[in-house]
Design a protein. Sequence first.
Length: 247
Amino acid sequence: MIIANWKCNGSKSMISEWVSDFSVNYIETNGPFIGIAPPSIYIENVLANIPTKLTGVNIGSQDIDTSSGARTGAVSSEMILDYGCKFSIIGHSERRQFYNERNDDIRRKILNIANKTLTILCVGETEEENKNDLTKDVLKKQLEVIEEIDFNDSLVIAYEPVWAIGTGNTPTPDNINEIHKFIKDVVQSTTRNSEIPLVLYGGSVNEDNAENFFKEEFVDGALIGGASLNGRQFANIINIYNGINSK
Ligand code: PGA
């Protein structure tokens, strides 16, 4: 699974350029689930621009709110489903940092969307937590939000160390592999249906380093920010994934 998280970037002209760069470079195969999460105001525009031949490309949302109704500025789960979104990212560290989202908000969002579309839950430690060897404790605490939920294969976890997002720094592939195994074990023992989720790595993934991550046993794909804003680079990352997994 390879997901583009455009964050608060893009414009109508960027989208048409992106789609043409992507289409020229993407080698279509029966590869992984591919997703694009544009800013919600552009979802319809992306849907209209993706050529029908790119049938494997799914649109998703960067976030949803805890409910609908009197919630100025929010986007509800019903709205993204209405547009055919196939997944929603939940609990991104930027939501936690800039919008003060706490575990109980994140759990409410997950309950709002679980089993209606894929939930991509982001978890990850800060630099300080990493230095203090607290990574596993922090992840375990963040994963409490899924306790006793029956996901029926609709949960994906993105491991995104906060210190690796947009910085060019990453953990070693070995390190990531170990953490992904840990996450799979925690999720399996926490969820009602003993879900073993796909675990994506996110944090400064680009076309130069993706291969090292994708080779690891427990890395099931990537959630990509900066590098996904370039259609050519995003397509190349998918091609790299397919090259490794078709061997
Ligand atoms: P990045 O962002 O690829 O720009 O580091 C990843 C993310 O925040 O999802």
